[in-house]
Design a protein around this ligand. Structure first.
Ligand SMILES: [Zn+2]
Length: 125
């Protein structure tokens, strides 16, 4: 079953003149098992939720990609950026795990009303 490999390779062929390094880094770090452990669900929707939520709190860092991924890889090494991304990904993962985009799967789950929960605002200290 190599279907997903073909998909990934096809995506790699897309040429993008500039890339948001924060997004690239966040996507990579989102695969970290430690982060995924925070999430009850690993479907694309929940992972995209975490990614979007984290990126909304992070400044984009665009870079030209003449040298391909090499230039971007150098930026990965910046510990400051890594820790910022990790912090936002962790917070986003915790929020998504509390309020998943879709109802929980599996039998025996009682449906709670997600709309009645206050989600935005109110920063915790
Ligand atoms: Zn999900």
């Amino acid at each position: 079953m190599l279907y997903w490999v073909e998909e990934a390779l096809r995506e790699e062929e897309i040429e993008v003149p500039i890339v948001n390094m924060t997004e690239v880094l966040a996507r990579q770090m989102l695969k970290d098992p430690e982060l995924q452990r925070l999430l009850p669900c690993h479907c694309d929707q929940c992972l995209d939720d975490v990614l979007a939520m984290a990126l909304n709190h992070l400044p984009p860092r665009y870079a030209a990609t003449d040298e391909g991924q090499v230039y971007v890889q150098v930026e990965y090494l910046r510990p400051q950026l890594r820790s910022d991304v990790l912090r936002e990904l962790t917070q986003a993962a915790l929020r998504v795990s509390r309020q998943p985009h879709h109802p929980p799967r599996g039998p025996g789950q009682s449906a709670s009303d997600p709309a009645s929960e206050e989600g935005e605002g109110g920063s915790r200290t």
